[in-house]
Design a protein around this ligand. Structure first.
Ligand SMILES: [Mg+2]
Length: 271
């Protein structure tokens, strides 16, 4: 039947079949204060557990985050050896998660989109689950790619501690995380994602720029400034509908087709 084919065609023509989301400072705002607490914990870990000189920590923390995507990945690149679970429980396990409140607006926005949704976070599984739970977003996502997905325990290698490594030389980290292109490619493979049919949301411009290179459509969250590699820029994730109305095109189209089909079927009965 003609309208059946039309319906199929509209579905297959949909530009997006997956939405890929970062978690921290993307699904909730930076102003929640959670990330500031996280940074505080990272600094404490560096001083108390790794014995790094307190005066060097602030600058080192920023530089490693910038060069490696996470401070943790940077610390491993510099040769610091530590247990990943212990690090995560020190840094994330002690966070004041009560700062995050259920976000009903975001939940209904996500639920109104009949598109597969996947989380892609550098954080560990427990942190992602806790954040999604606090935001009241349980069940909104089909898959979660997080630290453990890309870094299995057996991959931990004992790099020789290289204190003498010149700071600017950026040695390679054994940890796989955004913004490395390898992290994106692995995530696509694990979650069976076609980047050309996926829209990616993240608050980090570096993650967005690598994402763009892999073929993803990109949405920078937390800033309305459009920069290179940014397809859309949103002050808040709450603005998705206004900024990217095309995501709802499929919903509207399928509703239109359904109602026109209903009329077509019902007409003979009414006649
Ligand atoms: Mg983030």
């Amino acid at each position: 039947m003609e309208y059946e084919n039309g319906y199929q065609q509209q579905i297959s023509q949909s530009r997006y079949e997956c939405l890929l989301f970062d978690v921290d400072d993307t699904l909730y705002p930076l102003s929640s204060g959670l990330s500031a607490e996280c940074t505080k914990n990272i600094k404490e870990y560096m001083i108390n557990k790794l014995g790094i000189d307190e005066s060097k920590v602030p600058e080192m923390c920023i530089k490693l985050y910038k060069d490696y995507g996470t401070t943790m990945a940077g610390l491993r690149a510099l040769g610091y050896d530590f247990d990943y679970d212990e690090y995560h429980s020190f840094v994330h396990g002690r966070l004041p998660y009560e700062y995050l409140k259920p976000d009903h607006v975001l939940r209904s926005l996500l639920n109104s989109l009949p598109i597969r949704k996947v989380i892609f976070s550098n954080a560990n599984e427990a942190h992602v689950a806790e954040v999604l739970g606090r935001l009241g977003l349980e069940g909104c996502f089909d898959d979660v790619i997080c630290f453990e997905s890309l870094n299995s325990k057996t991959q931990i290698t004992n790099n020789p501690k290289s204190d003498n490594e010149p700071f600017g030389s950026t040695p390679k980290s054994p940890i796989v995380c955004k913004p490395s292109e390898n992290a994106f490619q692995q995530a696509f493979k694990i979650a069976k994602i076609n980047p050309h049919k996926t829209m990616f949301f993240d608050d980090s411009i570096r993650n967005i720029q690598t994402a763009k290179l892999t073929g993803l459509s990109t949405v920078l969250v937390g800033s309305s400034q459009r920069m290179k590699g940014v397809d859309y820029a949103l002050e808040s994730i709450h603005n998705i509908r206004e900024a990217v109305p095309e995501l709802w095109d499929l919903v509207n189209k399928s509703n239109d087709v359904r109602s026109s089909r209903k009329i077509a079927i019902e007409t003979p009965v009414e006649a």
